[in-house]
Design a protein around this ligand. Structure first.
Ligand SMILES: [Zn+2]
Length: 489
């Protein structure tokens, strides 16, 4: 069995200088720095000023959309649909379809419409994703590709948006997509990432099996399952946590993903109070996408088959209903996002054993949208401190491509809550650095003997870092399952 000795690292934030021996896929021994005499064949990595922490796990990623967005036209700067269409016109065209991403229609005076794209780009298929992924805006040529020529606006929301985007994406050859994924995933160990949960709208178990054919992927993947694939997953005997055959032990069956409401940016997150400026008449409080009775039925069916639900809930009404559903089914699981939560629902996460899977980068990027569309209730929005104080287990994610896939930024945003020169947004909701690191490590607080060797060594002492230093903290070494995946020393 191969061994790696990490010599003279701080064991956790502010921990003692230690030697940590990794043998096979486990942490085999921990002693004071200098105490370990390595056997021959051990790969010894000596550090001068470094901190060892559990590897970072991004608990919420849409891998296919993430790699596609990295190769799409960035429209985040557009202040109107016309400006966005101009950026598309001037951007780089795709071979079959041109993708744009990052629009924030919640801050636009004018709604997007297919005619803006048609006027400026002509008969070119264009698909534009909103920053929150809940809206897709298509040109007439793109609508043609999916047989929706007569769509009145070309602007799709929620389920229709997800499904149409998946159909357009499926027109790209799978080999090309997998090559993009391989290339992008290969960069993750340099950010300290040892694992992620893939919630792409796809048959993720099959996809990661395919992507593992050439060898082990350099991170652990939990492959999420959507309702469209639920029956097949149950029939195949997939259970959350089980290793997927043919993946060199790196891929596990992930959670069962359900989307219960919309999003803040699309003003479809299901809330107790009405939006001051609803996106569409009739949706004053947002949208419930799965009626509560059906939610219980689906969660119960998945849980009975060993699949743990991960339920997207953003508005306070949605969070309340989903917590009720967890109580009724009597199962453990996760709420994805938990962006607006009523005070009385905060303790229910811990009581019910529901993990709060949160994305601190959203708190930073959404602050203006939240101040506008959730005015008067932002004291309990992205309320990580309140959730932590109520004993909820927090796990961090990026929701990439909604936010960049970089756990260092997620940690910095959780402990500074600002991304620019403005003071922290609701500083009372800042969480301590140790809590943020544990949440970034999927709940692992320390490195201990016998644990899986998914580790990251950070240069210096993160406790001394300001926001920008934390966002870019140097990753010196990353180890997944006892295998070096990144080494910068
Ligand atoms: Zn998501």
């Amino acid at each position: 069995m191969s061994s790696i000795l990490l010599s003279n690292v701080r064991l956790g934030l502010g921990g003692p200088r230690s030697d940590v021996l990794v043998t096979g896929d486990r942490v085999a021994a921990i002693g004071a720095a200098g105490s370990n005499t390595p056997e021959g064949g051990t790969d010894v990595i000596r550090f001068d000023d470094a901190t060892l922490v559990p590897g970072f796990v991004d608990s919420h990623v849409h891998v296919e959309q993430w790699v596609r967005n990295l190769r799409s036209i960035d429209l985040g700067a557009a202040k109107s649909p016309r400006e966005a269409a101009m950026l598309v016109r001037d951007g780089k065209r795709g071979a079959h379809l041109t993708w744009g991403q990052g629009i924030v229609p919640a801050l636009w005076e004018q709604a997007p419409h297919k005619h803006f794209l048609d006027e400026l780009v002509g008969d070119v298929p264009v698909a534009v994703s909103s920053i929150d992924l809940h809206t897709t805006w298509l040109s007439s040529a793109a609508l043609d590709l999916v047989g929706m020529r007569d769509h009145p606006t070309g602007v799709l929301r929620e389920t229709e948006s997800i499904e149409t985007k998946a159909r357009l994406a499926a027109m790209m050859p799978v080999e090309e997509l997998d090559a993009w994924i391989e290339e992008s995933v290969a960069t993750l160990p340099s950010l300290g990432v040892t694992g992620l949960t893939d919630l792409a709208y796809a048959d993720n178990v099959e996809a990661w099996q395919r992507r593992s054919r050439g060898g082990a992927v350099p991170i652990r993947v939990r492959a999420g399952i959507w309702t469209a694939w639920l029956d097949a997953a149950i029939a195949a005997g997939h259970r959350s946590g089980r290793i997927v055959p043919g993946t060199h032990g790196r891929v596990q069956v992930g959670p069962y993903k359900i989307v219960s409401d919309g999003s803040l940016n699309t003003r479809t997150a299901w809330c107790v109070d009405p939006y001051p400026h609803p996106a569409e008449a009739g949706d004053a409080c947002g949208l419930s996408l799965v009626p509560p009775g059906q939610l219980v039925e689906l969660m119960g069916k998945a849980w009975a088959a060993g699949l743990e639900p991960a339920v997207h809930a953003i508005g306070d009404r949605a969070n309340h209903e989903v917590l009720d559903a967890f109580a009724r089914v009597g199962c453990a699981g996760r709420i994805e996002h938990a962006q607006l939560v009523s005070e009385r629902d905060m303790p229910r996460f811990a009581e019910l054993g529901v993990i709060a899977s949160v994305q601190p980068q959203h708190a930073v990027t959404d602050r203006d949208v939240a101040d506008r569309h959730w005015s008067g209730r932002t004291d309990r929005a992205y309320a990580y401190r309140s959730l932590h104080a109520a004993a909820a287990r927090l796990e961090l994610g990026s929701d990439a491509p909604v936010s960049p896939l970089d756990p260092r930024v997620a940690i910095a945003d959780a402990v500074f809550r600002t991304g620019d020169d403005r003071p922290a947004w609701h500083p009372e909701q800042i969480i301590p650095l140790e809590v943020a690191f544990a949440a970034a490590g999927a709940g692992r607080r320390t490195v201990a003997v016998g644990e899986p060797a998914d580790l990251v060594v950070i240069g210096g002492d993160p406790r001394e870092y300001d926001r920008d230093a934390l966002r870019t903290m140097p990753v010196l070494t990353t180890i997944v399952s006892g295998t070096l995946t990144h080494r910068a020393v």
